[in-house]
Write a protein that binds this ligand. Structure first.
Ligand code: 5GP
Length: 191
């Protein structure tokens, strides 16, 4: 998605070879018009997949996922990051390791919000090692639903997540796909 790539080049900051900061339009301040365009692009990419529900992970996935749900006229479910292992009735959990935060959290879902037979479009802001997307997919499948597509705003394909998820058979679509980056440059994968 050209407008997204331009924003990354103009405003993004690679703080090293692994971590990109996009706090000015995606992770802290949010450009809602850009999120609306992102939602329209995910709709275009996934509208033939029979999606019944959009699912994301709090917190940075919420803005692009909400706009996707709005564009597709579908319900949105937010998976919660919890540090507690005390579960209330109907709640399911899976452990996820975050390389960026170097810590573990429990991804949590009240299974009332995802039904058996649902076809889920999973949306997240970044794909790096794939741990968050894999954890979310485990929960969605545990709830009896199918992950019919995974929409990623920014993928760093020099990290293993994209390859891992595609090898497992998931239909993953990144809107911006970074081949390589460092302090003063970002290079995208050529389509
Ligand atoms: P993964 O589980 O694929 O390694 O990482 C995915 C999660 O880590 C995303 O949901 C995102 O919150 C965070 N993340 C991974 N890489 C980056 C990055 O370069 N920049 C930012 N801002 N977040 C990242």
């Amino acid at each position: 998605m050209k407008t997204l790539e331009q924003r990354i080049l103009q405003e993004g900051k690679a703080i090293n070879r692994d971590v990109l900061k996009v706090d000015m339009f995606l992770n802290h301040q949010v450009d809602v018009k850009l999120m609306y365009e992102i939602g329209a692009e995910f709709k275009r990419l996934f509208e033939d997949k029979g999606i019944t529900r959009v699912v994301t992970i709090e917190a940075s996935g919420i803005a692009p996922a909400a706009m996707t749900a709005l564009q597709m006229d579908l319900p949105l479910v937010i998976l919660k990051k919890s540090h507690s292992v005390i579960l209330s009735t109907g709640t399911i959990q899976t452990e996820v390791y975050s390389f960026t935060k170097q810590s573990t959290y429990n991804l949590t879902l009240n299974s009332a919000y995802i039904k058996t037979g649902d076809r889920v479009l999973l949306i997240d802001d970044f794909l790096a090692n794939g741990e968050a997307a894999l954890g979310a997919s485990r929960l969605i499948e545990q709830a009896g639903a199918k992950v019919a597509g995974i929409g990623i705003v920014i993928c760093k394909s020099f990290q293993p997540g994209l390859k891992k998820l595609r090898e497992m058979g998931y239909a993953v679509e990144p809107l911006a796909n970074i081949a390589e980056m460092d302090k003063d440059f970002v290079r995208f994968v050529k389509e």
